[in-house]
Unconditional design. Structure first.
Length: 137
């Protein structure tokens, strides 16, 4: 599983950076769960995860994800990342600002027996994102 975990993480970054929501969806199991820390919403299933990818890629058409660090432990991995992009589409109800952002975050992932992601938990600097967008919280 160790090797497969690296491959899935690499495929995830490649999918995001290719702006390919279908490829993002493909690394997840049908019944996968995605949790955004600090948000009451839990995404369940591949379709919901794909919708999230489409929304982010629409909000940031130049979306780029850079892996800073990856730690693998059996069927689990944790990665730190930096997301950059220019806010050109609706994001969380916020109209486009045209501002460039740089957001740090980390994801904790659990893999299933078939080599697909069954759970992702994201921690992102949402306060920093909103400040960069000029949104007063």
């Amino acid at each position: 599983m160790h090797r497969r975990t690296w491959e899935v993480n690499d495929a995830t970054y490649a999918a995001w950076n290719a702006h390919d929501a279908d490829a993002v969806e493909a690394v997840f199991a049908e019944d996968a769960v995605l949790i955004e820390a600090g948000s009451p919403n839990v995404l369940r299933g591949r379709a919901a995860i794909r919708e999230r990818a489409v929304a982010l890629l629409t909000a940031f058409p130049d979306f780029h994800l850079e892996r800073i660090e990856l730690l693998v432990d059996g069927d689990r991995h944790a990665d730190r990342w930096i997301m950059t992009g220019t806010h050109r589409g609706l994001l969380f109800g916020i109209p486009p600002t045209g501002r460039s952002v740089r957001v740090a975050g980390a994801t904790f992932t659990r893999m299933g027996e078939h080599g697909l992601v069954v759970e992702d938990v994201h921690f992102a600097d949402m306060a920093g994102l909103l400040a960069q967008l000029g949104v007063n919280g």
